[in-house]
Design a protein around this ligand. Sequence first.
Ligand code: ADP
Ligand code: ADP
Ligand code: ZN
Ligand code: ZN
Length: 746
Amino acid sequence: MNQGYIEITNARENNLKNVSLQIPKGKITIFTGVSGSGKSSIVFDTIAQEAGRQLNETYSSFVRTFLPRYSRPEADEIRNLSTAMVVDQKRLGGNARSTLGTVTDINSLFRLLFSRFGTPQIGYSNAFSFNDPQGMCPKCEGIGRIITLRTEAALDMDKSLNEGAILLPGFAPGSWQWKLYGESGFFDNDKQIKDYTAEELQQLLHAEPQKVTVSYRDTDMNTIYEGLAVRFMRLNVNSDKDTTKAAAKKLSEFTTTSRCPACEGKRYHEKALSSKVMGYSIFDLTDMQLDKLIDVMLQIDTPAAKPVVDGIVERLRNLCEIGLGYMSLTRETTTLSGGESQRVKMVKHLSGSLTGLMYIFDEPSTGLHPRDVYRLNELLVKLRDKGNTVLVVEHDPDVIQVADHIVDVGPRAGSGGGEIMYSGSYEGLLASDTLTGQYLSRHAEINAAPRPVSEFFESSKSSLHNLKNVSLRVPKGVFTAITGVAGSGKSTLVNEVFAKDFPEAIRIDQTQVHANIRSNPATYSDIMNAIRKAFAAANGVEAGLFSANSEGGCEGCGGTGMIELNMSFMDKMEIVCSECNGSRFKQDVLQYLYKGKNIVDVMEMTIAEALEFFETKDILGKLKSLETVGLGYLTLGQPLSTLSGGECQRLKLGKELNKKGNVYILDEPTTGLHMSDVSNILRIIEKLVEKGNTVIVIEHNLDVVRNSDWIVDLGPNGGTGGGEILYEGPPADILKCERSVTARYL
Ligand code: ADP
Ligand code: ADP
Ligand code: ZN
Ligand code: ZN
């Protein structure tokens, strides 16, 4: 099928240097290159962005006001695009009501099955939904858990309302919510909570909703008063709003969670649970591991049920094929990793039969064991063969091989990148002298001289999730790789068991660094203070002047560089502040120079440039750590919100390198990294170990595993078929372990 080419002329987003490019349609094109070279700038910021914008243009201006806004990417021309489906690693999100079964719609097929063929039949399909009043357990309303507010965390008993006794977020004295309680007329606002009578405490925490009048900004307002616990539950626990990981964590500080005693965590109404198919309730089936569930479904021999059963089996097979067979449909989507979320989204698209689309994937191999990579390749091929154009950003050598066409971006990161180094076939890339070509054609060897081990850290024995009463033994002062197929239990053993026993261990994962809108690499790694001092000393003024968060900040935007417009009918929209042009600083701060540059010039420097520019030891030490982790291409002032997961992880690593740690735990540190960046990570790990630290790395990347001193391999499979330790010892000897899947790939 010849559908021509996507044509891009002179693209200039971020670091792209007038990139012109032709991408064959109806084929798989893989984008490679070192981290920060500009792959995402081409694929997401240029191609997907323009596809979204063109699609929006096809709607009337009225409809468009309800759609996300896409600005035109920086490029002279972009032609011949199709509608884009971006399948990325953003978590599926959802709330306590979303499970693998609900997001894949497989649960609705089960509801159909039970409402037609369950014995006894208890009602229509609603009666089998834990998200419907008819089907949910009335006690926990279908959540399976009972969440209660912890009074001791929510209230400071030694304070009065006026002194800020309510510790929940959003209740600071003076705030609207605080007024609701303080001005309700129920309490003496100067009385300490510990002196409250039982009735007063009841009124404060558990009162049912009732009308009150409070005065706010000099006006009397009629409103509803309800106890703190009641209000907190209504707004935070029982709402259908999506919960982010951060919000869930915050929530857990103030609550305790226990399994619902009525349904024993099953979520369903007892009537729903009493209806059986082949002796199983809807919970029994959806709680089975997917690969087992297929076997059970295939035993249903009622002819009339065949269409429903076939539909279920086909979807389950798709999930198993992409390596998710170890999960169950009851698994909550908020507990899925980024890689797992992306694979679930992929399967949703495959079950549809759309053609002529442009599918865009962001490192789909993340979290996949080499054993399962071929399944991913099959999926990409299937999508292409349905007549779609498939664009993939990927580093894994085994995925790269499946490409019909490869675009290699480079040569380096940031301003040192942004050019097309190679565009053509896989074979051609191997023969080319680009960094990617060189790494792909090199021969890798297993570490034959690992460091000797003597003492061990050992965790308690655990049977959490799928673990089979195992403990993790990690040799002290060396580099240990934890391996095993997806779902074998690596994260459970390391993050949930080992890390709880050794809480002083420093954990570095890919979650977004906690930061506000003003955070950047300089503020995050504490370089900013020293820079301010340098400017202050050189000019004989106060250091606070060089802080965009306080005195020095532009008044137009409060030092954020952006202005938020709130228009009715529209989402919040941000525009660059016209007073400071996004520089975040007041005009008159810019007159103060340090070595000929003002503060804004300095924030625009890359970390590598700053290393040449500064002389202060403290600043140089911190900058050096960031360069060591491969972030030399970031500018000091780049907002942290624009960093990828891999970049966030390396930023954390760079900051932690300065600390005197002891045990480091890294979770897939090579995500988002090119093969040449992986060598950098290995060098960092070496340094940590040379300093006497113990380093534990959960990893699928074979280069990392080969270079470890010690391997702990879990398996043999995912889910209930895993959870055992198959091998622990030096890398070379794992090759003798017949049960280990990892060994076969080394
Ligand atoms: P890759 O996908 O190859 O890792 P990117 O396209 O994400 O690389 O980044 C290319 C360069 O552009 C990097 O220097 C990166 O820091 C920079 N960059 C990416 N997004 C933004 C942004 N929103 N604002 C400023 N710089 C950015
Ligand atoms: P790995 O890190 O090796 O991919 P995990 O430790 O994430 O494996 O998973 C091991 C098993 O535990 C799998 O069957 C997985 O579905 C299950 N599991 C992991 N996290 C949770 C969770 N939060 N709730 C329920 N089951 C979980
Ligand atoms: Zn319940
Ligand atoms: Zn401003």
